[in-house]
Design a protein around this ligand. Sequence first.
Ligand SMILES: Cc1ncc(COP(=O)(O)O)c(C=O)c1O
Length: 298
Amino acid sequence: MTVLDTLRPRLPSPLQEVPDDRFARHGLRLLLKRDDLIHPDLIGNKWRKLAPNLAAADGRTVLTFGGAYSNHLRATAAAGRLLGLPTVGVVRGQELADRPLNPSLARCAADGMRLHFVDRSTYRRKTEPDVLARVLRETGTEDAHVVPEGGSNAEAVRGCRALGEELRGQADVVALACGTGGTLAGLAAGLAAGQRALGIPVLKGGFLTADIRALQNQAFGAPSGDWTLDDRFHFGGYARVPAELTSFADDFEDRHGVEVERLYVAKLLYGLVALADEGAFPRGTTIAAVITGRPFTV
Ligand SMILES: Cc1ncc(COP(=O)(O)O)c(C=O)c1O
């Protein structure tokens, strides 16, 4: 038993079939992998990615990075509160230091996270050893366990392999939304032969294939599993949520009684409905959509 078990995560997370005629009419089954139910504060892929990092921190300060609305910062702060670990959040945007905290950062601070604001150039260069060393010095946390932006490091990717393992034999295609690609990198490695992972990037840019390969090399020493990306459903880029996507998500919530997080999960589900309509999946395919998050409420 580790200290994390005291948080009583709901694992394996529930897998639930939802009747949806937009899939059924093409001979497809839709399952929802409810990672949003793993833990009320460490939601979805946050649990999967943070748990091994919290174990690796072994009581030391956890220092990590994020933008002003980062889900990852909030989850790290919550983990610090729950486990009694000091946490430091390095936040992009020096200018934010002089403004009232937004609700997301206020939540981090209330959970005991020390916020350290840096200018955008420092933030961009945060993985360079001298820049990181300076940040650690400025925050007085030279011995901290450092977790990268989005939480995707080798420990996190290995943690996400369990998500794939839980889905062995349960679906032909496992689909999820991607930011850094860390969750997909681990998930794909955990699936059985014959299953494939499908990632829907929510950022524009087309850089993820190389990033995911690099993460798999770091975590497992080699590329692993069968996975592809479909880059057509980012709706213009990160945090872009046009009205069409909002009404899609509202409708999905009405149909299935599942809260749909808008920045990632809505784009995934929208993409799956579009792909089903295009005939991208052969009849008889079972698709598991990973519900990696929940809408943020303060
Ligand atoms: C709700 C949700 N889904 C998916 C992701 C994407 O995870 P990854 O960065 O591992 O691709 C994130 C990342 O923060 C997220 O908050």
